[in-house]
Design a protein around this ligand. Structure first.
Ligand code: SF4
Length: 103
């Protein structure tokens, strides 16, 4: 039988394990290579301030993947999923020409 005290001791352990599992999953997800044909066509860069503004004049300072409607990463994470690049992660500080400001 699990006592209340041992149950309370289990909760932080379960939380720590969940965080580890989440980190491991994120680490296993490949990053989008800016040289991939689809990424290159969209002008994807891992650092938004390195966007090719001659080719993609749509870019404006302050636009980053973490502020894009298509980004579903967690706040504070360095990378996260993007609806355009299924199965891969983009840099939270990245950018591409499909940028759409979060509502
Ligand atoms: S669509 Fe948005 S989140 Fe995806 S790479 Fe482009 S700017 Fe980043």
């Amino acid at each position: 039988m699990t006592s209340r005290r041992s149950f309370i001791q289990i909760i932080p352990l379960a939380g720590a394990l969940a965080l580890c599992a989440r980190s491991a999953l994120a680490a296993d997800t490949p990053a989008v290579d800016p040289k991939d044909p689809q990424a290159a066509a969209l002008g994807y860069v891992t650092e938004a301030n390195k966007a090719d503004t001659a080719k993609f004049p749509k870019y404006a300072a302050g636009q980053v993947c973490s502020g894009c409607q298509l980004y579903s990463g967690k706040l504070g994470d360095a990378t996260g999923p993007c609806a355009i690049f299924a199965g891969k992660h983009v840099a939270a500080k990245g950018w591409c020409s499909a940028y759409t400001k979060k509502a």
